[in-house]
Design a protein around this ligand. Structure first.
Ligand code: HEM
Length: 471
């Protein structure tokens, strides 16, 4: 009985000291919303999770133009909302404001997935150069897989009522996973149910487990719990089991014939970009990069497309407008007309997705950074080492001084803005979905701006264009 009480006392003590050390961050000299005491701020940070968007909006109104601290799930975050502050955040170098360390810490990636997940990052240049340069070439594969996935996954049996119902999110998730995986690992593996389960669930597993580990478990226990988690879920091992034979097969074909052309997919681009190393590490490393690519690509694309579908379903006036545009530029009986250039003419579709992301981004706060050394905003505000900084994204995107009737969905908003700009300027790039600014941070900004946004746009546009007859 005594040992039991002693363990309980140690547990309570370490929990209390953990909360105390986290709460101490409240003592920053910036204004804070809600309670800012050591213990009360911690409780308040839990409540904030249930209404983060409105709580941040209230804080922005209260601290007009100033930086402020906001408590979210046990963590104090300095939030930037003014253009100048957002610009400072984008321009800061990685060794001062680190996105990599912020993600690693907030999601406990080292413990949940493994150190290799954050130590090697060559998937970023692979996406930035190889994927983006090959967007035109992969289009026929995207199209083929869209049709095949639609046949296999979407129930097209129209009932007596003249329509059929589907559960949108899981259906979109499966289709996005199939189509994206076609570009990442090729035709055979993208149609493997087990592989798709791994690829599509990985992000959700990490996004749930990471914050729980950070919020509930004292730092001294995280490593052991992380090991248990990895043993149970084994994402990396499972990915190696899928990719190992494929990598081996491609390497062997190259050994037999050095002129052998490898398939034009992410696996090949990663193989070409990976630093030379031992055979075993090569497979381990590429499998981890593939997990990382899935992590950034699947959830984001699925979420955006799901929201776009909801808007289409609830505001049906957009259907004929988008349908006409698609039919004007893309001929569904002749896929040779489906080119990058033809898709670029679909400005209304582009606007529709941009608007969807404006109102439904990845969260109320965005672009998290951890101060690796002391950081000074251009207005002189000083943030010491060890603090989280982020943008109040939803407040920026719903600012009436930037966007007319900012809280309302206007699917053609950006196409109209593009038209106005095009009348006076040669380039109308500013309001394209893939453009970012301090007023539109859906894809982040600065050094870490999302390199996959062109692929994401392509995927979403092809998706809508292929499925428009069914909508
Ligand atoms: C609608 C879909 C997507 C959204 C909303 C989105 C959004 C973002 C955001 C907000 C960031 C962080 C930027 C920052 O903190 O400054 C980011 C980073 C990143 N995204 Fe995306 N993304 C999407 C799709 C994709 C896709 C499809 C890929 C890959 C094919 C991808 C690859 C990446 C990578 C590799 C990074 C990290 C870049 C770096 O650290 O330098 N994203 N994305």
């Amino acid at each position: 009985m005594h040992w039991y009480l002693t363990l309980l006392a140690i547990g309570l003590f370490s929990f209390a000291s953990e909360l105390h050390s986290r709460g101490r961050r409240a003592k920053r000299d910036l204004p804070a919303n809600g309670f800012s005491g050591i213990w009360s701020s911690y409780l308040y940070s839990v409540l904030n999770c249930f209404h983060a968007k409105s709580a941040i909006q209230d804080a922005c109104l209260r601290f007009k133009g100033r930086l402020f601290t906001f408590s979210l799930l046990g963590q104090w975050v300095v939030l930037a909302r003014e253009r100048g502050h957002v610009r400072d955040l984008c321009n800061a170098p990685e060794d001062v404001l680190s996105m990599e360390l912020a993600a690693e810490e907030l999601l406990q990636l080292r413990h949940i997935v493994g150190p290799l997940f954050t130590d090697e990052l060559y998937h970023i240049p692979a996406i930035r150069t190889k994927l983006n340069l090959n967007l035109g070439d992969i289009l026929p594969h995207l199209l083929e897989e869209m049709y095949a996935a639609f046949e296999d996954i979407v129930d097209t049996q129209i009932g007596d009522k003249g329509w059929s119902s589907i559960t949108v999110y899981p259906t979109v998730c499966r289709v996005v996973c199939r189509v994206t995986s076609r570009v990442f690992v090729g035709k055979t593996l993208c149609r493997n149910e087990e592989y798709c389960k791994l690829a599509s669930r990985f992000t959700d597993d990490v996004l749930v487990a990471g914050p729980i580990l950070k919020f509930l478990i004292p730092s001294s226990l995280r490593s052991s719990i992380g090991k248990l988690y990895k043993m149970t879920f084994g994402h990396h091992k499972r990915m190696q089991a899928f990719l190992g034979p494929l990598i081996e097969d491609r390497q062997q074909k190259l050994r037999q014939n050095s002129k052998f052309t490898l398939p034009n997919d992410m696996l090949t681009w990663l193989m070409e970009t990976a630093p030379s190393t031992t055979d075993q590490h090569y497979t381990e490393s590429i499998s981890m990069r593939m997990l990382n690519v899935n992590f950034v690509a699947m959830h984001t694309t699925t979420k955006t497309f799901t929201h776009a579908l909801y808007y289409l379903a609830s505001q049906r006036q957009y259907l004929p407008v988008l349908r006409d545009e698609v039919e004007q530029h893309l001929d569904s009986s002749d896929f040779t007309t489906w080119t990058k250039e033809a898709l670029a003419h679909c400005v209304k579709l582009d606007s529709f997705f941009k608007e969807t992301l404006r109102l439904n981004g990845l969260g109320a706060t965005w672009m998290p950074r951890l101060t690796v050394s002391d950081f000074k905003f251009s207005d002189g505000t000083h943030i010491p080492k060890g603090y989280f900084v982020a943008t109040a994204a939803s407040v920026i995107h719903e600012d009436n001084t930037i966007y007319n009737t900012a809280q309302e969905f206007d699917g053609l908003r950006f196409s109209v803005m593009r038209k106005i700009v095009a009348e006076t300027e040669e380039w109308d790039w500013r309001h394209k979905m893939t453009s970012t600014s301090e007023a539109y941070v859906a894809f982040g900004g600065g050094r870490h701006i999302c390199p996959g946004r062109f692929f994401c746009l392509h995927g979403n546009e092809v998706f809508t264009s292929v499925y428009h007859p069914a909508l």
